[in-house]
Write a protein that binds this ligand. Structure first.
Ligand SMILES: *Cc1c(COP(=O)(O)O)cnc(C)c1O
Length: 356
């Protein structure tokens, strides 16, 4: 069997969720959209079931899978519904939709609902992606509060730069939120992982940790709270061939890497079809038998090549870790010009194995 797999540590997942709870003292929605950032939504939700105050997903399809698996907690639909026909299922399964644009308000006015909705009304406090403007927000809030189609209202907004505390942008968004929601009572939800880890003034009533649950820091600098996270995914494989290559020889497609010295090159069963980033340049770190070395040569579909010259004890069959304990996915991501979120979500083909 091909030796490539992702080992998912569910006790680390629980540790990270509890950290979010402990830091904030709030209710926490475990964000399990996009198949729990590639970690397996049903397995992760099952592991968090005892702890989780609720879940958040991107779409009703993801929510229904959780309901079918027996989860009874609140489930927030982060973008609400995409077509009015979903409203009936939203009622039937007691899902909590975000309402963020006028089309949804129109749907709501026209809908015949079997029961009133728990609405999370989105304020655009400055990210300018989704939500109502601060000017129109209070009036819409009052309209919904008076509507017999709405059982309760939660105020929600989202930060664009909570992972960059020096920019001042989060303070501005907090100020906008405070002004636009002044006098509108009811619970509030502001923080993603970066908010949970770095913005105590933004905790509100519900926090929405995503990436931190999976043990990856949203920051590109060392951060005290983030240091307490435990990585959940270990992406592992093995060396499947070793070659001694003379100095000056090209390795792999496009001859991107050329040996500068006589080299031992290991071939690893891991490629971009598994989700490993094809754009990882030469020098991207890899652990072989727990020791750091690096990618040498372009990543291909099923394989990649690493330099074993400095690791004489390693060779055919050696254990390779692409990211996880000992090698932060965020570091690999920054070499490849992306973020750990994308590495995790792109995971493909490799079987996931779960460790309770
Ligand atoms: C995805 C998402 C989150 C979680 O963000 P992380 O950075 O992964 O913690 C929180 N809130 C909303 C609205 C989201 O879309």
């Amino acid at each position: 069997m091909r030796p490539a797999y992702a080992l998912i540590d569910l006790s680390a997942l629980r540790h990270n969720y509890r950290l979010a709870k402990r830091l904030t003292g709030c209710n926490a929605l475990a964000v399990v959209k996009a198949n729990a950032y590639g970690h397996g939504a049903l397995e992760c939700a099952a592991a968090l079931n005892e702890d989780a105050d609720g879940f958040a997903v991107a779409a009703i399809e993801e929510a229904l899978a959780l309901r079918e698996a027996g989860h009874r907690q609140p489930i927030v639909l982060l973008e609400g519904w995409f077509e009015a026909a979903e409203l009936e299922l939203i009622c039937r399964h007691d899902l909590w939709p975000v309402v963020h644009h006028h089309g949804q308000l129109a749907d709501l006015r026209e809908a015949n609902l079997s029961r009133p909705l728990q609405v999370w009304l989105k304020l655009d406090s400055g990210m300018h992606r989704t939500g109502f403007s601060p000017v129109e927000y209070p009036q819409i809030w009052r309209e919904l509060q008076a509507s017999n189609k709405v059982a309760s209202l939660t105020k929600i907004t989202h930060f664009a730069r909570a992972d960059e505390p020096e920019t001042g942008r989060t303070e501005e968004q907090l100020e906008t939120f405070a002004q636009a929601t002044a006098g509108l009572d009811g619970p509030a939800s502001l923080s993603n992982s970066a908010g949970v880890l770095a913005w105590p003034s933004a905790y509100g009533d519900w926090v929405r940790p995503g990436i931190m649950l999976y043990g990856s820091s949203p920051f590109d600098f060392a951060q005290e709270q983030a240091a307490q996270l435990r990585p959940v995914m270990q992406l592992d494989s093995r060396v499947i061939a070793v070659h001694n290559i003379a100095a000056g020889e090209p390795i792999g497609y496009g001859s991107r890497f050329v040996t500068r010295r006589a080299s031992r090159i290991g071939v690893v069963a891991m490629g971009y079809a598994d989700g490993y980033p094809r754009h990882a340049p030469d020098g991207t770190p890899v652990l072989v038998d727990g020791q750091r070395t690096c990618i040498s040569g372009r990543v291909s579909m099923d394989m990649l090549t690493v330099d074993l010259t400095g690791l004489p004890g390693s060779g055919l069959g050696s254990h390779v870790r692409l990211w996880g304990d000992g090698l932060d996915a965020g570091e690999v991501a920054s070499h490849a010009g992306t973020i750990s979120y994308q590495l995790f979500c792109n995971l493909n083909r490799v079987p996931r194995r779960y460790q309770v």
